[in-house]
Design a protein around this ligand. Structure first.
Ligand SMILES: [Zn+2]
Length: 171
């Protein structure tokens, strides 16, 4: 996903600058944990849950931050607009959004799966949207639906019900 964001160091430098100015504005401390988590987030090329991030941190074995500390850091990053928080059915999912671009997603409302899409035409349209009512600071668009896997499972379930009705009618 988003192959053009391959330069991870450049991404981290941008993220670091954003975090520096956010912390300075808010008179908050530059703790090493915050920067370590930021570095890991910048290396993840996908949408992730808090659980997956904690696993990644454990695997890298760099910082043993508690779950509540990690949660607070993630919250701070959402506030600083370094992360997008996707409120999906089930667990909340997060995604690095350091580089400004429209974020377009296809969401299955049944299982909560989410897929980012890139659509140049849609990007152009979103870029032209202006409103007097709000100042747009993040361009995130969700298209809700039913994914193929859920559709197939639903069809199977329907067929099963129809068959059992049919059998009971025959009896
Ligand atoms: Zn689904």
């Amino acid at each position: 996903m988003w192959a053009q964001m391959s330069n991870r160091d450049e991404l981290y430098t941008q993220a670091e600058e954003k975090l520096n100015s956010f912390l300075a504005q808010q008179y908050r401390r530059k703790t090493p944990e915050r920067y370590e988590v930021l570095r890991i987030i910048c290396s993840i090329d996908d949408i992730f849950t808090l659980e997956q991030l904690a696993d990644r941190m454990r695997a890298e074995g760099k910082f043993q931050v508690s779950r509540s500390t990690l949660f607070n850091i993630i919250d701070l990053f959402v506030e600083a607009r370094l992360l997008i928080k996707h409120n999906l059915p089930g667990a909340a999912h997060y995604e690095c959004c350091v580089q400004d671009r429209p974020y377009l997603y296809l969401v299955c409302t049944q299982c909560g799966s989410i897929h980012a899409i890139r659509h140049p035409q849609m990007e152009k349209v979103i870029a032209t949207v202006k409103s007097r009512k709000i100042t747009i600071c993040q361009r995130v668009l969700y298209l809700n639906g039913t994914c193929k896997r859920c559709e197939m499972a639903n069809r199977k379930e329907r067929n099963k019900r129809q068959n059992s009705n049919h059998i009971s009618e025959q009896v």
